[in-house]
Design a protein around this ligand. Structure first.
Ligand SMILES: [Fe+2]
Ligand SMILES: [Fe+2]
Length: 290
């Protein structure tokens, strides 16, 4: 099997995670700052994942629907659409609890509008593959370190692991579409490296700005212990952000492919509970819609 084919089957799992108001505001071990880091990502997802879908779907006509990549593209769009739906519900719960969600979502929506107006489909897809590399790296961390979510409210625990499983499953799809969109290897290499530098700068600034704004809305900006716990988790032990560096650097190796980091066994083990869940829901005639 070639490296290009080293990814799991891309399968949508229609699950309603019941994002309701009884979920505690600080759902991660009752810790404000650590919770808000995840909430910041959730706020970026609906608009961000719509942009991912659009940028990949733009090239769909160039990929036969019955080819392996054509099937993966359909799976990718199906998975991201469901992520968008569940994170909209998640974010509505945050908004109802007083977080400045609309204001922060507007920042992402404005960026999407700017990209649609001023950037070519090829550049938009280059941005997508960089952000998909980030979601794949985060997913790998979350699945490799189950302690990251210990103490999480059970629905949130399930939702974040479900999203991680599916991000890991479809991590190669946009990248493989990019190869179709930009056949010249030199142009492809140059544009994906440049895009990664730009995307990394903007994405890092946004995630910390959003976390800051959410913590501010909780009136906890001067809670240094909370900040200390979050920074320790991200940069010291287990150091999630620090651990991303080798995978981030591998992006710049000529010929890189997301399948180089083979975590299929981990993803398959983690996906089992969701496959069982979907099977049980479909047997009882329930789906996650509405
Ligand atoms: Fe997603
Ligand atoms: Fe994704």
């Amino acid at each position: 099997m070639s490296l290009d084919q080293q990814h799991a089957e891309v399968r949508r799992r229609d699950i309603n995670f019941q994002m309701q108001s009884d979920i505690p505001v600080h759902w991660l071990n009752r810790e404000c700052h650590r919770t808000r880091f995840y909430d910041a990502m959730s706020i970026m997802f609906p608009e961000g994942e719509r942009a991912f879908i659009d940028s990949v779907a733009h090239y769909r006509s160039r990929i036969p629907a019955d080819s392996p990549l054509g099937r993966d593209v359909a799976g990718f769009i199906g998975q991201e659409a469901l992520h968008t739906r569940e994170h909209r519900r998640y974010n509505a719960r945050l908004e109802a609890a007083g977080a400045p969600v609309a204001r922060l979502e507007k920042i992402v929506a404005d960026q999407r509008k700017f990209a649609n107006r001023h950037l070519s489909p090829r550049v938009r897809l280059a941005i997508t593959i960089c952000l998909e590399h980030y979601t794949a790296m985060f997913a790998d961390q979350l699945l490799s370190h189950p302690k990251a979510l210990s103490g999480a409210e059970s629905r949130m625990h399930k939702l974040w692991r479900w999203h991680a499983v599916e991000e890991a499953e479809h991590k190669s799809v946009a990248f493989d579409v990019f190869k179709v969109a930009v056949p010249n290897p030199l142009l492809r290499y140059g544009s994906r490296c440049l895009s990664m530098l730009l995307v990394s700068t903007i994405f890092s600034a946004m995630i910390w700005y959003f976390t800051y704004q959410l913590v501010k809305s909780d009136g906890r900006l001067s809670d240094w212990r909370g900040w200390g716990r979050l920074l320790r988790e991200q940069f010291v032990s287990p150091g999630f952000l620090l651990r991303l560096i080798p995978q981030w650097l591998s992006w710049f190796v000529p010929g890189f492919h997301p399948g180089w980091h083979d975590n299929r066994a981990l993803v398959k083990a983690a996906s089992k509970e969701y496959d069982d869940w979907v099977h049980a829901q479909s047997s009882s005639g329930k789906t996650g819609g509405a």
